[in-house]
Design a protein around this ligand. Structure first.
Ligand SMILES: Nc1ncnc2c1ncn2[C@@H]1O[C@H](COP(=O)(O)OP(=O)(O)OP(=O)(O)O)[C@@H](O)[C@H]1O
Ligand SMILES: [Mg+2]
Length: 467
């Protein structure tokens, strides 16, 4: 039934296929066995059924991801089986096998929910391509579902808290940006909500069902970022045992969010610019170019213009990314939103723990007076910590980190002691290094407790070592 010389065992396995169950339903033993062999060689967990009834028994016994179904079977027939399968497992990807000259039945099958069809006789290569496509389809669907679950609470403007006029302005720009496909540069200090805004732009736009893929340009070594973004072919470098698709290709039709784009090494900036301009990428080690269709959002807490004038950031890429830019205000610039944010996080924390928590007046006063250098992330962490520490339903000022409530001497109290004053940058450095030392080098926990992002922490550490 199948044409083509290559033996099944010579096929490269499809990444992720070994988690997928694939029954082959065909009354003809030779076809059934051949298809099953191909599917297995590609890495699927393949089983076989010689009748629709047999297939239903499999369906009841295990999860089903892809089904290869012969349309022409005795009894109720394949079309009926297709409907039954889709009814029981709406998410299953069913590929129907039709006989030559029965295009009509293939059309009917597609209308009844088949993913695709293949006409007998088909080559192994045809079948392989189809299965590869089905596996990719499933992978994207799951990833997307996971992402959507993860960000459910973060979607839309509804999840961005703030009524300050600067925020209202921001919402209008987000709404506009969501319906365009141009790159957007999101600026703001650490913890101001850059990623949240990026997600809002994606999830309130027309391509919200396509992937949203964040890439942290600051936390990966340059060679890794290149292969993450552009992909690589097998053997492109030591350790590249399998070829891998780049995120710019995987996000097809969706968004890639380049977080901390200011950290991108200059040579990669050139490659990224070319990719955006030509809508093409070349995987590491490959000579072929792949067309991409992806929306770019980028964020940074660095001053990119300064980067441009210092030669660390390419001017042409800056202009490309900066078609539309929005700046998220620091929390200290919109203090009127502090009570709203406190209420929001307390409610969320109460819901999660089942324990109602409120903030004492003293606590609120201290939080309103504080400068929040780590912005909303710091405020969120501060409340999380306070909820964990407090013994009663009311968070007392003493449950807050001492940096928030400790009274610092005003300028008049300083007298002539300016030489004893430590610059803020130095205090910050001591605090960061001290925290890491206390936590035996655990940088992730240090970042969390300090109320800053891990990227920010890594960048600061890099700055300290290069000083
Ligand atoms: N306006 C807001 N309303 C509610 N939650 C917010 C808001 N802004 C930020 N957050 C929350 O604060 C935390 C930090 O936000 P986010 O990660 O988007 O900031 P960031 O600017 O990307 O920070 P960093 O520069 O440290 O990576 C997240 O948990 C986010 O949900
Ligand atoms: Mg971020």
């Amino acid at each position: 039934m199948m044409t083509g010389e290559a033996s099944a065992s010579s096929q490269a396995q499809i990444e992720g296929a070994n988690f997928l169950n694939l029954p082959v339903v065909d009354d003809e033993k030779s076809v059934r066995e051949a298809c099953r062999e191909v599917a297995q060689s590609l890495g699927f967990n393949s089983s076989a059924a010689d009748s629709p009834e047999h297939a239903y028994r499999l369906l009841d016994a295990q999860s089903i991801d892809v089904v290869l179904l012969d349309l022409k079977m005795p009894g109720a027939g394949g079309l009926d089986a297709l409907r039954q399968i889709k009814q029981r497992r709406p998410d299953a990807v069913v590929i129907v096998v039709t006989g030559y000259g029965t295009v009509q039945s293939a059309v009917q099958a597609m209308q009844s929910g088949a993913y695709d069809y293949v006409t007998k006789p088909f080559s192994m290569e045809e079948l392989r391509l189809l299965l590869e496509r089905a596996a990719n389809h499933l992978k994207l669907k799951t990833e997307n579902r996971m992402l959507r679950e993860k960000v459910k609470s973060k979607q839309g403007f509804g999840s961005i808290i703030g009524r300050a006029p600067e925020m209202e302005r921001l919402y209008r720009i987000i709404a506009k940006a969501a319906h365009s496909t141009h790159p957007v540069l999101i600026l703001g200090e650490s913890g101001t909500g850059k990623e949240l805004v990026a997600r809002s732009i994606h999830f309130s736009g027309p391509f919200r069902d396509k992937p949203f893929i964040p890439v942290d340009c600051g936390s990966l070594v340059p060679t890794l970022i290149e292969s993450e973004l552009f992909g690589h072919v097998k053997g492109a470098f030591t350790g590249a045992a399998q070829s891998k698709d780049g995120l710019l290709a995987i996000a097809e039709g969706g968004t890639v969010f380049l977080d901390e784009v200011g950290e991108l090494p200059v040579d990669l900036q050139a490659k990224l610019l070319r990719a955006i301009q030509e809508k093409e990428i070349r995987p590491v080690g490959s000579t072929k170019r792949i067309t991409i269709n992806v929306r770019i959002l980028a964020a940074t807490n660095r001053d990119l213009e300064q980067g441009v004038s210092q030669g660390t950031f390419r001017r042409d890429l800056y202009f490309r990314l900066n078609v539309l830019s929005l700046r998220i205000p620091a929390l200290r610039e919109r203090r009127q939103d502090i009570p709203l944010l406190i209420a929001h996080f307390l409610e969320r924390l109460s819901r999660a723990s089942g324990l109602e928590r409120t903030l004492s007046d003293e606590g609120l006063k201290a939080m309103l007076a504080y400068d929040w250098p780590g912005n909303i992330r710091e405020l969120e962490n501060c409340l999380e910590r306070a909820c964990a520490l407090t013994s009663g339903p009311v968070i007392q000022v003493g449950d807050l980190p001492s940096s928030i409530y400790s009274v610092r001497p005003g300028p008049s109290a300083l007298g002539d002691t300016s030489s004893k004053i430590t610059p803020i940058a130095e205090l910050e450095k001591q605090t960061i290094l001290g925290a890491i030392a206390q936590l035996n080098g655990d940088k992730l926990t240090a970042a969390r407790l300090l109320g800053i992002g891990k990227t920010t922490l890594y960048r600061k550490l890099k700055d300290y070592t290069s000083q």
